[in-house]
Design a protein around this ligand. Structure first.
Ligand code: ATP
Ligand code: MG
Length: 550
């Protein structure tokens, strides 16, 4: 993979300073997903930031599964996350599971209890919430806050032994119920959950809370710069408290940056899971999903995703990125890579009445006009071809330069044809055109006799390969409703359109994930789920034009 230096940003500047001052000898970062869903494009931003910092400064980047919540986690997610990080082009310097540290985390909690800094509480989750106070009012001490160290050690041990039901008891840090930072008002650090864990099985029936576990995971692994999104900013004092009071040797520092938000894009695993569970989409990798696997199946490349997230920048400011910016980067990436061929998505048959019956000639077609190195191919031409239904109008408006009765157009890579006649079915739909061609106008012959204003694409009818085209629009209509609970009511009913048409004869053997530019349509990718040998299915990656420029 190309090792492009990441653009400058405030976190990178901190790393540079820490290395120069000698505070840090080697940078160690981590990407710490919870395996409770598939990764999305927002995660890609965090992945790029962490892995690129490590590689640029010859440090290490860990892939760590933050698997402290057994109820929502699954090995399927672990595998998909590994696949996606690797596909994005990154190699981790170590694969870790937070659950491997459960023993250590337990021991550290005992240290807190011994220091009088943690206590077992019998209040319910609701009672704890109610007594926490507000931003303007202090919280209230739990009646169990004054339990003795001995009593707490004993109860915590009983929690571990499975003597309590879910929710019956928790272990809380003992800090300050009047702290202006609500996160320091005796946060819960362990809870009882009788659930099977994908890694530790039934060994544990108490599990550490994220805010307690995460700083310990970072410290245990020797992470130097623990990079997370801005919503964790208020957690930083507790993060530092845990590292300090648990007497961790390594002291990681947390830095927060802006989350990636994209217009018309749901970006929360919880919501994405809902789309999968409700079968709104055909899986986590549905091409309409903003997941890495969905973008891959749609036809996005790792390069395009990396370039996009780099461009979105790392800062502390809130922002929402235009979805068209992501499209810009895939166009840029495929422009010179994808072969350009012709596909007819909504076919209309054309008979070229003056072309000899039974004759087939081969015509030369360039594979990519912007990249001559891609060479050319031979495509058949004969008396019967397909064009797009939209490329003919019986009664055209002004400035319609394609086919209409009496008008002449250029067939890309072939000849000029003139429309003489059209045939309708009983319902009045045009089902066939009769045209004549001018043999003098062959593409590449240097013909300059006259000009035509329209150039349209086509495929030779007998040898054309039937193909299915899946066209996508955003799943969500109201971009501002991203956080509303009712987002399922704002689904776009037209997010998927399926068309049956044809591609060129030479495309029978395409393989899953092959990418093409279909002349005048856009970039398409061979779908990995529905495509079969000889009958390709194409996903629209992105149309050709956009008003968006970076
Ligand atoms: P979600 O809310 O979608 O479930 P999460 O933050 O809960 O995301 P994690 O698995 O905990 O998911 O995330 C792993 C890492 O990815 C975290 O460090 C998190 O900050 C980062 N991350 C998640 N979403 C985004 C985003 N939209 N932009 C940038 N980083 C993100
Ligand atoms: Mg999370």
């Amino acid at each position: 993979m190309e090792t492009k230096a990441a653009p400058s940003n405030f976190i990178k500047n901190i790393v540079i300073e820490d290395l120069q001052s000698g505070k840090v000898q080697k940078v160690v970062t981590r990407f710490p997903p919870e395996p409770n869903g598939y990764l999305h494009i927002g995660h890609a931003k965090s992945i790029c930031l962490n892995f690129e910092l490590a590689s640029e400064f010859k440090g290490h980047a860990h892939l760590r599964f933050d698997d402290t919540n057994p109820v929502k986690e699954d090995i399927e997610y672990v595998e998909s996350i590994k696949q996606d990080v690797a596909w994005l082009g990154f190699q981790w310097d170590g694969l870790f599971f937070a659950s491997d540290y459960f023993d250590e985390m337990y021991k550290r909690a005992v240290i807190l209890i011994r220091k009088g800094l943690a206590y077992v509480d019998d209040l319910s989750a609701d009672q704890i919430r109610e007594s926490r106070g507000t931003l303007t009012e202090p919280g209230k001490d739990s009646p169990y806050r004054t339990r003795t160290i001995e009593e707490n050690l004993d109860l915590f041990d009983s929690m571990r032994q499975g003597e309590f039901k879910d929710g019956e008891k928790v272990l809380r840090a003992k800090i300050d119920m009047a702290s202006p930072n609500v996160n320091l008002r005796d946060p819960v650090i362990y809870r009882v959950v009788h659930a099977h864990h994908h890694n530790t099985g039934d060994t544990w029936c108490i599990y550490p809370m994220y805010a307690y576990a995460h700083p310990l995971e970072d410290a245990i692994e020797g992470i130097t710069h623990s990079i997370c999104t801005l919503e964790f900013e208020d957690q930083r004092p507790f993060y530092d408290w845990v590292v300090r009071e648990c007497e961790m040797e390594n002291v990681p520092r947390q830095y927060e940056f802006n989350r990636l938000n994209i217009t018309n894009t749901v970006m929360s695993k919880r919501k994405l899971k809902l789309l999968v569970d409700e079968q709104v989409v055909d899986g986590w990798d549905d091409p309409r999903m903003p997941t890495i696997s969905g973008l891959r199946r749609k036809g996005y490349t790792p390069e395009a995703i990396r370039n996009f997230v780099r461009e979105t920048g790392v800062s502390k400011g809130y922002g929402i990125v235009d979805a068209r910016m992501l499209e810009h980067f895939i166009r840029e990436d495929l422009k010179e890579k994808a072969p350009r061929t012709m596909a007819v998505l909504k076919p209309l048959k054309v008979v070229i009445t003056n072309y000899p019956e039974g004759q087939v000639e081969m015509l030369e077609a360039e594979n990519n006009s912007e990249n001559p190195e891609m060479g050319s191919r031979q495509i058949p031409f004969s008396r019967e071809i397909y064009i797009e239904q939209d490329d003919f109008m019986e009664n055209p408006p002004n400035k319609y330069f394609r086919l209409f009765p009496g008008n002449e157009v250029r067939l890309k890579n072939a000849y000029f044809i003139t429309c003489n006649e059209f045939i309708k079915d009983e319902e009045g739909n045009v089902v066939e055109l009769h045209c004549t061609y001018d043999p003098e106008t062959k593409s590449g012959s240097g013909f300059t006799g006259r000009k035509v204003k329209g150039t349209i694409h086509w495929v030779e009818a007998k040898q054309a390969v039937p193909a299915v085209f899946r066209l996508y629009e955003p799943l969500i209509l109201d971009e501002n409703d991203e956080d509303g609970a009712s987002f399922l009511e704002h689904l776009n009913p037209n997010s998927l359109e399926i068309l049956h048409g044809y591609v060129e004869n030479n495309m029978k053997q395409v393989k899953a994930q092959d990418k093409f530019q279909f002349f005048r349509h856009g970039y398409f990718n061979v779908d990995s789920k529905y495509s079969a040998e000889g009958s390709p299915v194409f996903n629209l990656i992105v149309s050709l034009k956009s008003s968006f420029e970076v």
